[in-house]
Design a protein around this ligand. Sequence first.
Ligand code: FAD
Length: 568
Amino acid sequence: MKNDLEEKRQPGKPRILIVGGVAGGASCAARARRLSEKAEIIMFERGFYVSFANCGLPYYVGGIITEEKNLLIATPELFRKRFNIEVRVLSEVRAVDREKREIEVRNSETSEVYRESYDALVLAPGAAPIRPPLPGIDLSGIFSLRTILDSRQIREWIAGRKAKRAVVVGGGFIGLETAENLARLGISVTIIEMLPQVMPPIDPEMAVLIQEHLVANGVSLRLGDGVAGFEQDSKGNTISVITKSGGRYVCDMVLLAIGVRPEVTLAKEAHLEIGLLGGIRVNDQMRTSDERIWAVGDAVEVRDFASGEWSLFPLAGPANRQGRIAADVILGREARFRGVQGTMVCKVFNIIVAATGMSEKTLNRRKLSGQEERYEKIYLHPGHHANYYPGAKPITMKLIFSTEDGRVLGAQAVGEEGVEKRIDVIALAIQRGATVFDLEEAELCYAPQFGAAKDPINIAGMIAANALRGDAPVAHWAYARPPESYVLDVREPHEFNLGHVEGANNIPLHTLRDRMGELPRDREILVYCGVGQRSYYASRALRLNGFSARNISGGMMTYNAERQAESR
Ligand code: FAD
């Protein structure tokens, strides 16, 4: 394969300069070296560390990761010795001179300012935590979590102040992970989130499960309320977080985790194209509007794989892959970034939440803007492994698929075990354009400790495929409104008596065949049970006996989650 930089333009030593030395920058540097022994590779990092594990920071705050050094994946010395890559820390790149192909660097230790020329420049400057200009935002004791220094300062503050109460602003994954870790330290935590749910990428009825779990673990939740400002008491001991609704939460420390903004100062000043979402615009080869400059990671806008829309997706996986792709392209390969699809996972206390592809919220938003995709959704609550083997834990799954061709559009799952494994499988299915019929047929690992002969993935595929084939069409609670529809509960009477949908009729599954005469033939029958399995058997029996019947997906479990989400 031809290598432009090495062979044509720069015989000898092409110079690749990289701005930013963590996920995107470091992966680009290391990949570039693996592709070229001749290239001169210099990585500039304005902080003290390169290649550190941002993702481990909440766990360092909480003491699960005990030593700061464990956060360092690679050191400048390792880069030099193993890869012959020069790393300059405490070196901020302050300007890019595109005409001369030079950058200006300032060494913050010596204050020296100098220039370096490049053949290829890679911008991997990451993103910065959002700190809105609210009254009191600069009070001490209000932290963000982005760097090792941030986490050290938080630890020191907690120890020095013997902090007992914390407010976490923002219920995204950094907020939730840090909330858990603060709680682990014996700190009483309140999460304040502007949206009516935590974990914004997933749908509200799925987020309810996380919310319940947070509350069960002693975390207070204030949803649907934004922060208006912060005040300190006269002695400087406590901070009050004031919310827009007039709430006042007194605490010893605040963690701001309301999202990040792409770091684009350099790119803007160099007049590189910036997208509407505020990230650096790149093509699928991570090239910016300047053909000699590439950009990767949290700083860039990328295409959403499914929708084709521009999106910001600040996670480590894409940053690493993009760094690698930039190196490939710089050194003459035809690599292309496939786009992001929203695959994420987060653990909150004992619950794991994971998602991939489009949520229902996204699909509804797209519909409003005239880009309707016809979809159906199903809910299921299988065990994470065979129920006969001790320790099976339920997973609540939601699968969204196209009603045109069965393509899998998105999936979300919440549970204690085996959640990420299922979402990983579906993530690849989505990337390969697979359908629910493929999930139905997927051959997956099975031994009783790990899965089931019909894995939750297969079951999700079967339910969806049965619905598409018309064998077992699904219904949803939003449309199950007695008396317009005849709602049939096929659980046992003792379950029915513990709680049921108003207006529902109870005929337990095992008596159904004998009591079909009681059922209407002039109306559709919507059947439910606890999780959707017995009602599936019932709806099949009814349909085979000439009734019009549909199974309400997810049963009472989904009903309860939806009611709770609606009440927010
Ligand atoms: P960064 O890793 O932020 O690196 C950018 C570097 O560039 C910084 O070190 C910065 O100092 C440097 N820099 C910026 N400007 C300049 C300049 N002008 N000159 C020199 N250097 C400069 N992602 C996941 O996928 N899973 C997780 O579980 C997860 N957990 C996270 C937890 C936390 C607390 C945080 C903060 C992030 C987490 N992420 C997680 C996100 C993930 O860490 C980022 O998506 C990823 O690090 C982005 O890589 P990047 O190279 O684009 O930016």
